[in-house]
Design a protein around this ligand. Structure first.
Ligand code: MSP
Length: 682
């Protein structure tokens, strides 16, 4: 039986400079999906590459005093090294300077002229070199490029044009027939209203003012304009236009692409021009274009001139590739913008990776040695606690599948981390140390088996996101390859007993917050300029070439409390002063009350359901004497989200809302309504 295919692409990056952490974002997201689809049995084709033509590249090579090929080879080696360090499992890497691409672009340009889709005329307009984009007078913002805000140049030259206007009706009909084509949905209206409704202009597809590109065969003073050149990479890479029958079969196999992942700034090229080019070539259109948001810095977009660019290789060398992959995919809901802050990175690493996952794996291995001889024991019948955890494991698999179908990586990770949290809680509740002390061997063995099985579930579920960590857990817990497959997660309790468990160092060190914040501040803009004259091929960070976290990251002192030692500043309001790292342990988020009702038989308590963006939590709050429940519904509140759950009058409370109290009056601490649910408060 032939396996279903899944063809996924990233944009091909401009190698005019080293890539930053923002570029890594798309590639990591595509990698997680590609790995997941492979685990689900798909024959995956994951394509990435580089977009190597255009004036900008030519200029950068000149600035670097290098021949263009030499300049490009250096940067491409650097980029491939970055992807190796980030464990990117691409199946092919296309460079638009390769013959397999240039030859096909030349031929299809000829064909499109012959068929009347491309015609020769004169072009007048404003050109932004860094964005390789043309703009009309009307589109400029304060006379500058509307995308990047930089200077534009007026150009008038003979150019070839693509008759886009001819295909508008067919394009709109395609959107109607394929409502999922543009994701997230909101971007579709933006495209229609901003670019199609005002009248889609024919696209200039050649330039005569520079030389570095694919020349038009019949009119070689013209160079194919980069977007036509670039977009076609998605078909040339898999064999479109090839004479080789094997490559032709490959094209038949994978085209149309299942999804193009692109940043939101280039959605327009992928959902308007690209489909029209394909229509003109008589080819099927891609199934989906997903326009994700931007990874921003606190002071806005990343840019070298602002000095806020972070070199991904420095981050990987300091924290390890899995930590960076996790942060990127967990912190930013795919489709939305997100801000990279050193605080959020360190927090995610400390709490989610070191405390939750790392600690689960570490403490469990220690208990396997202390209580059951260092191997996973066989289980007897499950009790209610085990059945509860088993059900959650199976349910988490279903949730992750749904989120991955929706390409919602942060939600998938959220579900997995709820399971990890529950597994840690199970250990506390089942208390193997007490069973050991009481000599309840059979029950102890069942509990230890259940812990190992929950860890196996977590390890397989994290594998698309944290491939290295998954491998490490499998090695540490001797998980057989056939028990690391997605299919092995269909029923809890099928993991083998008798496996040896090794005691290893924790998977993720707990970091000293202050030291890391300082170090991260110093990392900003440490990427090298390509014009430095040294070869770009060498990684710009000495140390391990692979991606394990290195000692550079400073682990926290074993028993650091963050309390000021005696002799420090005086106490405030009766409580001792604390260090920022103690405060940092409290997670505060914006929530919105969706439901509020009295807890029967408790005159002070209200039961609230609070929407935190990624989840809705039940919180029991002692505020019933100050508020009518109905008055709270819809209110934005600030929630302490990482408190251990407690039961109040038999009702579980999973968090706490903040309120100010003064002389018997109580007011909720709140934020303006435009703050989204789930936003961090600090
Ligand atoms: N060469 C074109 C794409 C041609 S595709 C046929 C191009 N290249 S680029 O080097 O500028 O890379 C653009 C892509 O990098 C974006 O679409 C996005 O996927 C990614 N990102 C660049 N900066 C980013 C952030 N700060 N945040 C998230 N993604 C970012 O455009």
């Amino acid at each position: 039986m032939t396996r279903p295919t899944f063809y996924i692409t990233t944009p091909i990056y401009y190698p005019n400079d080293f890539l930053h952490i923002g570029h890594s974002y798309t590639t990591v997201a595509a990698d997680a999906l590609a790995r997941y689809k492979r685990m689900r049995g798909f024959d995956v084709m994951y394509l990435t590459g580089t977009d190597e033509h255009g004036l900008k590249i030519q200029q950068r090579a000149e600035q670097a005093g290098q021949d263009v090929h030499e300049f490009l080879d250096g940067i491409i080696a650097w980029i491939k090294d970055l992807w190796a360090k980030l464990d990117i499992s691409y199946d092919d890497f296309i460079r638009t300077t390769e013959e397999r691409h240039t030859r096909v672009v030349e031929a299809l340009f000829e064909r499109l002229i012959d068929q009347g889709d491309i015609y020769l005329s004169d072009y007048e307009g404003w050109y932004c070199t860094p964005c390789e984009s043309f703009w009309s007078e009307r589109e400029l913002v304060d006379g500058k490029c509307p995308d990047c805000g930089r200077e534009v140049q007026f150009v008038r030259e003979e150019s070839y044009f693509f008759r886009m206007s001819k295909y508008v009706d067919r394009l709109l009909a395609f959107y109607d027939a394929h409502p999922d084509f543009i994701q997230p949905e909101s971007r579709k209206n933006e495209m229609i209203n901003n670019f199609i409704k005002p009248g889609l202009k024919d696209l200039c597809v050649s330039r005569t003012s520079f030389d570095w590109g694919i020349h038009v065969r019949r009119d070689p003073k013209h160079v194919v304009y980069v977007w036509l050149d670039a977009l076609t990479n998605y078909i040339t890479a898999i064999g479109y236009g090839s004479d080789d029958p094997q490559m032709q079969a490959k094209f038949e196999r994978y085209w149309p692409a299942d999804v193009h992942f692109v940043g939101k700034e280039i959605v327009r090229f992928h959902v308007i021009y690209w489909p029209i080019i394909l229509m003109a070539l008589g080819l099927p259109l891609p199934k989906k274009v997903y326009g994700h948001g931007f990874l921003m810095m606190r002071d806005g977009k990343m840019s070298k001139s602002k000095g806020n660019v972070i070199d991904p290789k420095l981050l990987i060398a300091r924290y390890g590739s899995d930590a960076i992959r996790y942060f990127l995919l967990r912190e930013i809901p795919f489709g939305q913008d997100g801000v990279f802050t050193p605080e959020s990175l360190v927090q995610r690493l400390n709490y989610d990776l070191a405390n939750d996952l790392g600690n689960l794996v570490h403490r469990s291995a220690a208990m396997m040695h202390r209580f059951v001889g260092g191997a996973v024991p066989a289980s007897s019948a499950f009790g209610p606690l085990e059945r509860d955890l088993a059900a959650l494991c199976e349910q988490t698999v279903a949730e992750v599948e749904q989120h991955m179908d929706d390409m919602q990586f942060s939600l998938a990770l959220g579900s997995i981390w709820s399971l990890i949290g529950r597994a840690n809680k199970y250990i506390d509740e089942a208390a193997p140390w007490a069973l050991n002390k009481a000599g309840e061997r059979e029950r102890l063995q069942t509990v230890m088996y259940t812990i190992a099985e929950a860890i196996r579930y977590a390890s397989v579920l994290v594998a698309p996101f944290l491939p290295r960590t998954a491998e490490q857990i499998w090695a540490q817990y001797s998980v057989e390859p056939e028990q690391t497959t997605w299919e092995s997660l269909r029923r809890f309790g099928t993991g083998a007993a008798g496996r040896a468990v090794a005691q290893r160092d924790p998977l993720f060190p707990r970091l000293d917050v202050e030291a890391e914040l300082e170090a991260l501040g110093a990392l900003a803009n440490k990427g090298r300029a390509p014009s430095s004259g040294t070869t770009a091929a060498e990684p710009n960070q000495p140390g391990p070439s692979q991606s394990a976290p290195v000692a550079a990251a400073k682990p926290a002192a074993q028993n650091a409390t963050g309390l000021t030692p005696s002799g420090g500043p005086p106490e405030v309001g009766g409580k001792p002063r604390i260090g920022i790292d103690v405060f940092d342990q409290v997670e505060l988020r914006v929530g919105q009350v969706e439901l509020a009702e009295r807890v029967p038989g408790a005159d002070k308590l209200l039961r609230l359901m609070v929407n935190l963006g990624a989840e809705t939590r039940q919180i029991v709050s002692g505020i019933a004497q100050h508020f009518q429940p109905e008055a709270l519904v819809g209110q934005k509140v600030i929630v302490v989200t990482n408190l251990k759950p407690v039961k109040l009058r038999g009702v579980e409370s999973n968090g706490m809302i903040l309120a100010a109290s003064h002389e018997g009056t109580l007011k909720l601490a709140t934020v303006p309504p435009e703050m989204p649910n789930g936003a961090i408060v600090k």
